[in-house]
Design a protein around this ligand. Sequence first.
Ligand SMILES: [Zn+2]
Length: 148
Amino acid sequence: MQSKNHSGAAPYAVEKPDTEWQRELTPEQYRVLRAHGTERAGTSPLNSEHRAGMFRCAGCGQPLFNSGSKFDSGTGWPSFFAPLAGAVGTSNDGALGMQRTEVHCSACRGHLGHVFPDGPKPTGERYCMNGAALNFEPAAAPPAEKKV
Ligand SMILES: [Zn+2]
């Protein structure tokens, strides 16, 4: 059964007027999160982010992906095999004549990217995310390494 688009019956945790999003987000973040845009492949600095930490929604700050689920998909977009429990929602996206599954933040409904069934184990899923929709927060820094 296909779920209907959100209609306002059960409000998302974070709801803001469009003008407010426009003011708070960078133009690229706004284009991705609020207007279903897709950043150019290979442009996000998060592609090469390999530190331990948390990837949060750039719109509302909700934790979405742990660094432990990140993998290098070779697509040019930050990719993960699993989101945190309850962090994202999905909807059917028939744009461009393809059936794709759109992924959004469960708190603010900001558009994050798409999920495809060709990911690595253990889930077999590939969450193909726009780096512009994410903010990375490194885990607490380990004690400074001793200089030799
Ligand atoms: Zn959000």
